[in-house]
Design a protein around this ligand. Structure first.
Ligand SMILES: Nc1nc2c(c(=O)[nH]1)N[C@H]1C(S)=C(S)[C@@H](COP(=O)(O)O)O[C@H]1N2
Ligand SMILES: [Mo]
Length: 240
């Protein structure tokens, strides 16, 4: 699997230790800012704004996850303003509120989370609406064959084939580790594709569009495999 492209600052490559040192200096400056009152997420969000290269992804959070975003700042959304738009090659285009998603049958999937950068968080529960149920609600029409996911960060995108999207271990997730998904982890709603590397699990999910063929997503345009199967994944099982 290709690595994320190496970021550059001022034209010169910045090593991981150098960047972490710079972040350390930045953290001292941030101590006076209100960010720290928001705890770890506020710090990481703030640090990512002074670190457009994205290397804040190297900061481990207490749960073993690392924060990733391809943009510096992402709007916060909650039940008052969150919307998920389902459109493209469907019979019934539809927009879901957070409450509407909460009212649908919920499925819980427990699986290891694995990033291509080498970290793993074992046995992580995610819970939400099966993507298959949302697709059935909208009614995929011919020649629909794939899904394009978009995000309210305004930049990230992902894709799945229709067959992958209909698996019962692919969720429009509302909970992670049995709590509502935090903003830092892509809340209030993120995609969760249990049998694939975590880059397939788009954070801050806002759009599900049925397309006639796979449209490569953000990292896929930058060299990642479109099929992000984990080693040992059962590629043809419909089940979790
Ligand atoms: N919108 C969005 N979704 C994203 C990403 C991103 O940068 N933006 N990064 C992906 C990658 S590479 C990983 S490993 C996970 C990280 O999720 P986390 O920040 O909750 O640990 O989100 C995936 N989904
Ligand atoms: Mo990742």
């Amino acid at each position: 699997m290709a690595e994320k492209p190496k970021p550059r600052a001022g034209g010169a490559p910045v090593g991981r230790r150098a960047m972490l040192g710079m972040l350390g200096a930045g953290a001292a400056g941030l101590a006076a800012a209100p960010y720290l009152q928001r705890g770890w997420e506020g710090f990481v969000g703030a640090a990512s704004q002074i670190d457009p290269s994205g290397l804040t992804g190297l900061l481990p959070d207490p749960g073993g996850f690392r924060y990733y975003s391809v943009v510096g700042s992402v709007p916060h959304k909650d039940a008052t303003n969150y919307e998920l738009r389902v459109d493209g090659l469907v019979e019934r285009p539809k927009t879901y509120t957070l409450d509407a998603l909460r009212a649908m049958p919920q499925t819980r999937v427990v699986h290891d989370v694995v990033c291509t950068d080498g970290w793993r968080v074992e046995n992580t529960p995610f819970e939400g609406v099966k993507l298959a149920d949302i697709l059935d609600d909208a009614g995929v029409r011919s020649p629909g064959a794939a899904i394009r996911f978009t995000c309210f960060d305004g930049a990230y995108s992902e894709s799945l084939t229709l067959e992958q999207a209909r698996r019962s271990d692919v969720l429009v997730a509302l909970n992670m580790q049995d709590k509502p998904i935090t903003h830092a982890h892509g809340g209030p709603v993120r995609l969760y594709v249990a049998p694939m590397y975590f880059y397939k699990s788009a954070k801050w999910l806002s759009g599900i569009s049925v397309t006639d063929k796979v449209v490569p997503g953000y990292w896929e345009e930058r060299g990642y495999a479109v099929d992000g199967w984990l080693d040992g994944a059962d590629r043809h099982s419909g089940a979790a």
